[in-house]
Each structure stands twice: as structure tokens, then as C-alpha cells.
Design a protein around this ligand. Structure first.
Ligand code: GLC
Length: 743
């Protein structure tokens, strides 16, 4: 009698995969390649989104002739997109392994970018932790969940540098700084892949979107990108390079162009940089139909031309669209594409599958009843810890926070007061219903007796009927907590905003409540920096809560009542207004600097807002009070092979222990090309008991001073430099030194 699916899944072995050497993998792949027909080879270059795929957004409607099962059984599919149900994965894999002539297994990929079944904070929030170690550990645990869904690869990390909060996808980025982006990018890859993939619960990662998708003009989704090669190399490439150096299994091309050529068919990006300069060995996959979209870019005359340009440029795997499937064979047979190019791409795909053990066990990540492995205490505890380190304290007048747990009647008001809509975009398998609301978190911590709660209004409509009740509760309270923000579906892919206001009538409600003159804490939920000028001026305390996932309410309650001490620092600047954008800390020097950043005639500034952001990169407060002094550097002149030791004394003169993210920036006093005002070169999270001090040391080398100079050489020049050390990009404690390449 045929076993049930459950019985078959339960019978799958999950023996650890033996790690293979690079040579062994290459040999195995080459041996298999020799047996393959051209049709089968091209099948390995195609990622199918079958009807069971959970694809959000544009649906590929050209697949009527590509009935999934037939394609898979004919060995014409290399991987599957966005199928996350283990029994479906099992069914599709069996088709490939048992029906196709050579039984080459599929790999299964989906977007699990800030958690899997457990919702972690959105990536921009996690970036504010400045905690690569915690992110790596979290990704290991997220990989544990992913590996129990049946998936082999996650389309993460996204490492597009971002400077424009109008873009909805800043929520999945690591923010505006190349160094922070690089440090976190590598941490994601290490956490997911855990070395050679032999760890049972490792998954392959995918570095995206290559390249410079975050620089889309106007922050408008899928828009064009245009920048100099120096700008690309200096600021936008480091995050991708960090992924390559960390051994990321794959790269995903971006929707945008670079230097006039769509990234998916961009030889400069895919061959000159990725393959030749970086010697990258993994595979390059397109984004969702990004190859086919060359027809809209009008750089390809037809689908066959799309296939030709992409394979020549070095694209190995086509996501969803079928240019390769439909045209590569003809191109080879017509002599327009050499078989070597096909073999090169196929070998990368086969090596990947050997590397992750799919030929040892095609069902290695498929489990009966996967739910039993999800949301375990270790994963939830990590999600909680990350949430604690992601919330940025932007203001705390008169130490209003932390609140005392007894004796205060609290009015909790706003659409996020009792909302669990806080998974954030790209929430994968996390569920809103499993997110702890702010009300629940506070009630669990301090009891509900002293809590008055009402939404007062919705997130984004014009209904003011709830104002009266909200004002009534505020009148009864000793302190008011506003929980305001934008809907989680207002950020993420295809969610660019031309305005950055808190939507609906929330700001009106805030004004009305402020008129009651109660102590007021504002907590902002958003996937991007919003315009918080009024809240910064009129709240007594202000917290940026992003979207924190499952542990949202518990983490916020711990921070509000002092069970935890905020330590996060902004990974992206907050503008005064959308009209100020782009505003980021590492802007280039200009010929007419505005000394204070405020208005001065005939200087580079606005007449109606300051030049600097409302809250700058690297800024964040604590319940402790950190002071920096005794900045020392080991050399007044750093010569080529030397190291510069930078030490600073950090003291916590506050009343509670806390963690400070100590940041080190350099400013190059002059250079053969214009350089940014400041450049982050190091950071460290430092824990200090109250009334204690610690010497914090950093080491700089000539590599840290290097920049793409007038000759496009990445090098330091014999110049003078300034070091700034402090708790934000506006640090003032500084020391001067010079660099001499001689000696
Ligand atoms: C989407 C996104 C990309 C994602 C892919 C697969 O369009 O741009 O980040 O990984 O399609 O879902």
C-alpha cells in the first residue's frame, strides 16, 4: 500500500551531509555535465514559479505552455521559487529526482529576510543594533527554521546602500553607511551558511540586489540609477563585496540599470567586477523577470536577444521568465552562443547543488510536521533580544523614561496601541496574530489596572470619531503614550512614498492630546524614517520602534519600564522633511560649506530647513549617560605598514548600567578627489556598569584611509586626517594625524 505523504516525509533521513572539497565538487559536477544533453543543461538555468508558489506582486502570465510537472519531469527546471510547504516541495522534488532522466535535484528558494516562522525586527531596525554578532546568531536560528521548511536558499541579505527613505525597501536594508552595511552583510551570510553548508540547519544565502538598487532616482521603486564608477565602488559595492568575501552562495541582479545597461545583462557588473575582479565562484540569478524586463528597458529587441545578452554578460540562472528556456538552445545551435558559456553557468549550478548536499539527500530539509520546529524558545528569545537592541531612543526629556511600574495611570493611545500588525514587509511565514501588541506587552509586565487604552484613530483615514474617547482617557492619565506610525504595508517592495508624514489624522490627534499638557511618550512604528519634527519638539520622550515582529510589545514594555536600557543607534538619517532628501551623514564636502548647517547666504544650504538631518546617522540615547574623554592616538604620522592605535576613555556617569555603540569616524583633510564630510571606520558595543569607565581601543591601518583617488586607485594619499570618536556621526572629540606612504 502506498505510504501517505506524512509517512514518506517521516521516513526521510536527515543524516548530516559530509562536506566535500572544492576539487571533489568540481569533479562531480564535471562528470555529471558530460552526461547532460543541451536541453538538460539549459533546464538547470531556470527557476520556475509553479502555481503553488506564494508569489506576491507581478504574476508571470506567459507560462501556459510550461506546465510545471511536465517541465520538471523533463529535467527543464533547476530550481523552484517561493514554494514553502514541505509536502509540495517533496512532491516537486520527487518529480525531478524520479522522473527526469538524470534525476538532478531541484533547489528551493524563497524570501526569508528577517525571520522565517518567527518574526524578527525588519532589517533596518536590526541594523540599528550595530551588533553583527547578534545578527549572525539570529541568522543561525532563522536558518534553523528555514531548513525545516524544506527550503535550501533564502534571498537574503539585501545589502543595497540606501539614502532615500521615500523608497519602501529601505526597511530591508542595513542603512546609509558602507562600513556598517559591510559588517552586517557578512554577519548575515555567516549566520545563514555556517561555513561549508555541512551543518544540518545551514541554508544558502543570496546577496541582493546587484548592484546599487538603493540609489533609484527619487526613491521611486524600479526607477533608474545613474552614478559615477567611483561612487559605485566607494559607497555602493562594499556591501556586496563583503558578501562575496564571506562566501555567499549566490548573487541576485537588480531591476535597475548601471551605466545605461540593465544590471541583469551588465557585463561590467557580472563579469568584470563579480567574476574577474572579485573571483566570485557562486552563481548569479536574475530578480523576478528582471531579464525579460529588458524588453521594457528597450535594450533588447526580443526575448531571444534577452537570452543572448544575459548569457554573454554572465547571468547563470533566470528567475521565472523563460528567455533561457525558450531561446538558449537555438542560440547555441545557431552558433551565436558558445557551448562553453552554457557549460560555465551549468557547472556553477551543479557545483552549488553538490556543495549543499542535494545529491547526497535531495530531501534533506524536508520534515514531517515542520511546525514543531518553529518559534521555539531559543528563537523567540533571540527575536526579543534583537528587538531590544533595535529600538532607538531619540529623546528623553527630564528622564521621563523609564516609567515606574506602579503608581502611574497610563493612557495608551494610537492605532498601534493594541495592534499586532507589526511583522513588517517581507514577513515570510511570520504571522501578525503571533505578534505581541504594545498593550499586551505592557499589561504582561506591569498589569492592566493602571492602563487606559484606545486607538483614537486609524492609521490612514480621516475618521476623527475616536478623538473624544482618546482625549478623555488622556485627561485621566498621569502619562500618555502615543503609538503612531505608518502601516506595515506602506513600506517594502513597490511601496515608495512621495510624502514621509505620519498618515491619516494621527498628527491632529497628537496635537489635541498635547494641548492637555500631560507628560507624553511618542512611539513611532514605521519601515522607514518619517518626518518626526513635531514629535521631537513636543514629546517628552520619543522612541523609533520600526516593526519589531513577534516580540514587539514585550520588548517595548521592557524598554519603557527599564527592564532593558535602549542602546540602538540610527542606521539611517531622519530628515526634517521629505524636501531635504537626500540627507545622509557622509555627504561630500562642497565648495560652499554651510558652517553650522543652518541658513547662511550664498552657502550650500536651504533657506527654510537646516542642512543636517533631524536625527543623524549613529545617533541614539540611553538611560545611562556616556561621556568620552582622553582620546589618544599612537602615532602623529602613520607610515605605510604601521597600525594606528586609537584609544578613548568611555565613562557611564548615569544611574543605570548600559551599552554604548562607540563609533570612530575619519575625515580626510584634503585628497585628490572630494571625500565625504566623515566616514565611519569602526564601531563597538561597550557595556558599562553605572559610575564606571573603560578604555576602548581601535586599530586603523592604511586600508582604512584608502579611497578611490583621481586615478581610480583605491589608496590612501599622504594627507592629514582627523579622527572623531563618539556616540554618533556628529561626534566632536577628535585627534589629528597624517599618513605617509613612505617608509
Ligand atoms: C522580488 C524582489 C526580490 C525577491 C524576488 C523573489 O521582486 O525584488 O528581492 O528576492 O522578487 O521573491
Amino acid at each position: 500500500m502506498e505510504l501517505t505523504i506524512e509517512q514518506q516525509l517521516s521516513a526521510i533521513s536527515h543524516e548530516a551531509i559530509r562536506a566535500k572539497s572544492k576539487n571533489e565538487i568540481q569533479q562531480l559536477a564535471n562528470e555529471l555535465l558530460q552526461k547532460m544533453t543541451l536541453t538538460e543543461k539549459i533546464g538547470q538555468l531556470f527557476q520556475l514559479a509553479p502555481p503553488e508558489a506564494n508569489v506576491e506582486g507581478l504574476k508571470w502570465e506567459h507560462s501556459e505552455s510550461n506546465a510545471s510537472a511536465q517541465l520538471i519531469s523533463a529535467g527543464k527546471v533547476g530550481s523552484i521559487l517561493s514554494v514553502v510547504d514541505s509536502s509540495t516541495i517533496f512532491k516537486l522534488q520527487k518529480l525531478a529526482v524520479e522522473n527526469s532522466r538524470l534525476g538532478i535535484p531541484l533547489f528551493f528558494a524563497a524570501d526569508m529576510i528577517h525571520g522565517c516562522r518567527t518574526g524578527f525586527p525588519i532589517n533596518l531596525a536590526m541594523a540599528c543594533s550595530f551588533d553583527p554578532e547578534l545578527i549572525e546568531k539570529s541568522c543561525q536560528q532563522i536558518a534553523y527554521e528555514i531548513a525545516h521548511t524544506g527550503l535550501n536558499l533564502t534571498f537574503s541579505p539585501m545589502v543595497d546602500l540606501v539614502r532615500d527613505p521615500r523608497w519602501g525597501r529601505v526597511m530591508e536594508s542595513n542603512g546609509e553607511d558602507p562600513y556598517l552595511n559591510s559588517q552586517l552583510a557578512a554577519a548575515y551570510v555567516r549566520g545563514y551558511q555556517q561555513g561549508d553548508f555541512s551543518a544540518n540547519y545551514s541554508v544558502a544565502a543570496c546577496c541582493k540586489h546587484f548592484a546599487a538598487y538603493g540609489a533609484i532616482e527619487g526613491g521611486r521603486e524600479y526607477n533608474t540609477v545613474d552614478m559615477s564608477e567611483r561612487e559605485l565602488r566607494q559607497h555602493y559595492l562594499p556591501g556586496y563585496k563583503a558578501c562575496a568575501d564571506a562566501g555567499v552562495a549566490s548573487f541576485m541582479t537588480s531591476f535597475n540599470i548601471y551605466d545605461g545597461v540593465p544590471a541583469t545583462a551588465n557585463k561590467f557588473l557580472l563579469r568584470d567586477i563579480l567574476r574577474n575582479e572579485w573571483q566570485y565562484q557562486g552563481f548569479a540569478i536574475s530578480d523576478y523577470t528582471s531579464s525579460y524586463e529588458m524588453l521594457d528597458h528597450k535594450t533588447a529587441k526580443d526575448e531571444e536577444d534577452v537570452a543572448l545578452q544575459c548569457i554573454l554578460a554572465g547571468l547563470d540562472h533566470e528567475m521565472v521568465s523563460t528567455s533561457y528556456l525558450n531561446h538558449l538552445e537555438n542560440l547555441v545551435n545557431a552558433g551565436k552562443v558558445s557551448l562553453d558559456l552554457i557549460n560555465e553557468a551549468v557547472l556553477r549550478m551543479l557545483q552549488f547543488k553538490f556543495q549543499i548536499g542535494l545529491f547526497d539527500n535531495p530531501y534533506k530539509h524536508i520534515y514531517a510536521n515542520p511546525e514543531q520546529y518553529m518559534r521555539n524558545s531559543e528563537t523567540l528569545e533571540l527575536a526579543h533580544q534583537v528587538a531590544l537592541e533595535s529600538v532607538v531612543l531619540l529623546k528623553n526629556s527630564h528622564d521621563l523614561l523609564p516609567l515606574s511600574k506602579q503608581g502611574k495611570k497610563i493612557a495608551l493611545i494610537g492605532p498601534f496601541a493594541n495592534s499586532n500588525q507589526v511583522v513588517g514587509a517581507w514577513g515570510s511565514l511570520a504571522k501578525d496574530a503571533e505578534c505581541v501588541s504594545l498593550l499586551t506587552g505592557i499589561s504582561s509586565l506591569v498589569g492592566a489596572d493602571a492602563l487606559l487604552c484606545t486607538a483614537g484613530c486609524a492609521i490612514n483615514d480621516q475618521d476623527r470619531s475616536g478623538f473624544a474617547e482618546a482625549l478623555e482617557l488622556a485627561k485621566q492619565a498621569d502619562v500618555v503614550i502615543l503609538a503612531f506610525g505608518e502601516d506595515q504595508n506602506m513600506s517594502g517592495e513597490a511601496k515608495s512614498r512621495a510624502y514621509l508624514n505620519i498618515p491619516g489624522v494621527q498628527n491632529e490627534l497628537a496635537l489635541a492630546i498635547k494641548a492637555l499638557n500631560k507628560p507624553m511618550v511618542s512611539i513611532i512604528f514605521s519601515g522607514r524614517p518619517l518626518e518626526l519634527g513635531w514629535y521631537a519638539e513636543h514629546s517628552d520622550a520619543l522612541l523609533q520602534a520600526w516593526f519589531l515582529g513577534n516580540e514587539s510589545g514585550n520588548a517595548l514594555a521592557s524598554l519603557l519600564f527599564g527592564d532593558a536600557n535602549p542602546s540602538a543607534k540610527l542606521a539611517m538619517s531622519f530628515p526634517y522633511t521629505v524636501g531635504q532628501i537626500p540627507v545622509y551623514y557622509n555627504q561630500y564636502k562642497t565648495g560652499r560649506p554651510s558652517p553650522t548647517g543652518d541658513y547662511s547666504l550664498f552657502r550650500s544650504c536651504f533657506i527654510d530647513v537646516p542642512n543636517y538631518p533631524l536625527f543623524p546617522f549613529g545617533f541614539g540615547l540611553s538611560y545611562s549617560n556616556f561621556e568620552y574623554k582622553n582620546l589618544k592616538i599612537s602615532e602623529k604620522t602613520l607610515v605605510a605598514a604601521q597600525q594606528l592605535i586609537v584609544s578613548v576613555e568611555l565613562c557611564n556617569t548615569g544611574v543605570v548600567a548600559g551599552t554604548e555603540v562607540v563609533q570612530l569616524y575619519i575625515e580626510c583633510a584634503n585628497f585628490s578627489v572630494v571625500r565625504p564630510l566623515r566616514e565611519l571606520k569602526a564601531f563597538r558595543r561597550v557595556f558599562l556598569e553605572k559610575n564606571s569607565c573603560k578604555i576602548v581601543e581601535f586599530t586603523l591601518t592604511q586600508q582604512d584611509l584608502a579611497y578611490y583617488n583621481i586615478d581610480m586607485k583605491f589608496t590612501p594619499e599622504n594627507r592629514n586626517y582627523v579622527i572623531y570618536v563618539g556616540g554618533s556621526s556628529q561626534a566632536t572629540l577628535n585627534a589629528n594625524f597624517s599618513y605617509s606612504g613612505e617608509g
